[in-house]
Design a protein around this ligand. Structure first.
Ligand code: M6P
Ligand code: ZN
Length: 194
């Protein structure tokens, strides 16, 4: 994307109901891009036979990725499950590990799952009006536990923080949030590779 030069202030609208912006194009994460990330990958492939779907979408303002700038926007994570696992975002460490991030939940109900390289796990509930501070060094993943509403949050982090997906893609998170007896439960990831 053409870098914005001589940056002036800008006003970007994010709809409080659906989280979408009329001022920017969103980045869509399709179910096909999540292959291998859910416990029940066979179920995912079966679902794909009925066609690909948007699991979540989010925004990148295309600001210069330097330490003085902020990356910000909304993430809209749609409701759904694959087997007993709720829809989630891929999850990532930041390329500059010492990069914190804030989330502010606008709508829906879910969790932010976080874990450090040393294996410390943090879980915070996301509900409208709740802001969550994601500490430096923690990978983070949003999880939507609603069966009808999207989980919509606003986020901000240092623009050059970057995204390291590799570690999570290969090892997954140590913990998963699944639905058991109609309720969300935090369980050990049986597939987690040390
Ligand atoms: C949030 C922010 C973004 C991130 C997006 C999608 O909106 O943390 O930086 O890109 O979620 O999550 P992921 O990058 O893990 O797919
Ligand atoms: Zn992040």
């Amino acid at each position: 994307m053409e870098k914005l030069k001589n940056l002036k202030s800008m006003a970007i609208r994010f709809n409080l109901d659906d989280g979408l912006s009329p001022d920017r194009k969103s980045i869509k994460r399709m179910l096909s891009a999540m292959e291998g990330m859910y416990l029940d990958n066979e179920k995912l492939k079966e679902m794909l036979k009925d066609g690909d779907i948007v699991v979540y979408e989010f925004y990148n303002m295309g600001l210069p990725e330097d330490s003085g700038e902020l990356g910000f926007g909304t993430t809209i994570l749609y409701p759904g499950k694959i087997g007993e696992e709720y829809y989630f975002t891929k999850g990532h460490f930041h390329s500059i590990l010492e990069t914190a991030e804030i989330y502010y939940c606008i709508k829906g109900n879910g969790y932010l799952l976080m874990e450090s390289p040393e294996g410390d796990v943090e879980l915070q509930e996301l509900k409208p009006g709740v802001s969550v501070y994601v500490p430096k060094r923690y990978a983070h993943r949003s999880i939507n536990i609603s069966d009808k509403e999207p989980l919509i949050s606003f986020f901000a982090y240092r623009a050059d923080g970057g995204h390291d997906y590799k570690t999570i893609k290969t090892k997954g998170f140590r913990k998963l949030v699944v639905e058991r007896n109609g309720k969300p439960e935090l369980i050990d990831n049986p597939k987690w590779k040390a």
